[in-house]
Design a protein around this ligand. Structure first.
Ligand code: SAM
Length: 278
């Protein structure tokens, strides 16, 4: 059957496949499709979250630029990301502990079963601590400090709306260590430019350094897709290329999209995006 994403009321792009799991969780309507073009596809409330075919682009680019820019990331927090893709990439680094806070346990369970090629057993890693709960409440109440925080949430509707607010970013700032950095997805730089502009504006109120990365993910329609970084002291675009080359080589990182050149190239913005964000 055909799946048409319902993210935009006036735009429909579809993919043909078979539904292999369907569930109304306490938070959202979840489905897994099996498609020949993208492999398995996870949808929540009618919006594609991740696909086996191109998940690596998004997951690598939400993690390695920060974890390699920080000289010694040890304690990492992930919010959302129940499919386990971000966790898999973070665990490639020499981190001591990774806490993943996902509001919907059903997403984790279904991903373990159907998207094992994405999470690759990372939920069982000794360094991983899985918390089922609201990310906004977690950052308000935790006494821990984190070197890197990755927010991999759904769009600013439903349970994820709170994860785009200034108060949420203020809590994130407070629980980051001295040289800490955070990153989140901020939508298509063309079709969701308002989301990107609003997120940038809000992040600039809280963080002295804000950087936009652009990536191309076929399933996130609308050309360039944006990821935005908020940082206390480290500018990922101004770390030396030598440092990034050395850290990448030392870890023997195996990546399919990220490399030390892309690290810098993804921060160079086309005029129509750069001018809007300035
Ligand atoms: N890559 C996807 C995208 O581009 O939209 C996001 C994937 S990930 C599966 C998103 C997860 O964020 C969902 O599983 C959802 O349950 C979770 N989430 C939404 N709101 C949340 C909140 N307030 N706290 C923690 N997790 C939340």
């Amino acid at each position: 059957m055909w799946f048409f994403e319902t993210l935009y009321p006036d735009l429909k792009i579809g993919v043909k496949g078979d539904i292999i799991h369907e569930e109304k969780t306490p938070f959202q309507d979840m489905k897994i499709y099996h498609t020949s073009r993208y492999g398995k596809v996870l949808t929540l409330d009618g919006v594609i979250q991740t696909t086996q075919k191109d998940e690596f682009i998004y997951h690598e680019m939400l993690t390695h630029p920060l974890l390699l820019s920080h000289p010694k990331p040890q304690n990492v927090l992930i919010i959302g990301a129940g499919d386990g893709g971000i966790l898999r990439e973070v665990l490639k680094h020499k981190v001591k502990k990774v806490t993943l806070v996902e509001i919907d346990q059903a997403v984790i369970e279904v991903s373990k079963k159907h998207l094992a090629t994405i999470n690759k057993g990372s939920f069982n890693d000794k360094r991983a601590k899985i918390v089922v709960g609201d990310g906004a409440k977690f950052v308000k109440n935790t006494k821990e400090k984190f070197d890197v925080i990755v927010v991999d949430s759904t769009d600013p509707i439903g349970p994820a709306k709170v994860l785009f607010s200034e108060n949420f970013y203020l809590d994130i700032y407070r629980i980051l260590t001295k040289n800490g950095l955070m990153i989140r997805q901020t939508g298509s730089a063309t079709l969701q430019l308002t989301t990107l502009k609003n997120s940038t504006k809000t992040l600039k109120k809280v963080f002295p350094i804000v950087r936009t990365q652009i990536i191309a993910v076929p399933t996130y329609i609308g050309g360039f897709f944006s990821l935005t970084i908020g940082s206390k002291t480290i500018d990922t675009a101004k770390v030396t290329q030598k440092a990034i080359n050395q850290r990448y080589a030392k870890l023997k990182l195996k990546t399919k999209y990220y490399n030390p050149d892309i690290h810098f190239a993804c921060t160079k913005l086309p005029n129509y995006i750069g001018e809007e964000l300035r």
